[in-house]
Design a protein around this ligand. Structure first.
Ligand code: SF4
Ligand code: SF4
Length: 117
């Protein structure tokens, strides 16, 4: 997900400072809620991380059969596959219009096809 800098408010008094702080807290809370909602769409099939080809070395299969990323919070950037190939880990929004092995499983791609978002 691409982030934008928050616009800065003009602060003229303690009350507006306090109000801006509350506004920012509400804003960040809503942002987090929307982010969680978006991330919960993922069915963790692992396909976008190479589960059906040469996988990323940080991709782990769990006992449940679902996949997870060992470094999820720091995942974006230059990474390597188990086979040693370099690639860039990017937010799913940047690649969900592409094809990759197993991409027919992707909940985001399927959501777009069904016009859910
Ligand atoms: S670093 Fe990126 S590609 Fe690798 S497992 Fe994590 S999310 Fe997937
Ligand atoms: S391919 Fe789509 S549904 Fe599967 S793990 Fe990646 S983002 Fe989630």
């Amino acid at each position: 997900m691409k982030h934008q800098c928050f616009p800065l408010y003009g602060v003229s008094s303690f009350h507006s400072l306090k109000k801006n702080k509350i506004d920012m807290e509400v804003y960040l809370k809503n942002l987090k809620k929307r982010q969680n909602k978006w991330e919960n769409i993922c069915i963790r099939c692992g396909a976008c991380c190479g589960a059906y080809e040469d996988p990323c070395k940080y991709l782990k299969k769990e006992a449940s059969g679902k996949y997870s990323c060992e470094i999820y919070d720091q995942r974006l950037g230059l990474r390597k596959t188990v086979g040693g190939e370099k690639f860039r880990c990017v937010p799913i929004k940047e690649v969900m219009h592409n094809w990759w092995p197993g991409s027919h499983l992707c909940a985001y791609k399927n959501g777009i096809k069904r016009k859910l978002f």
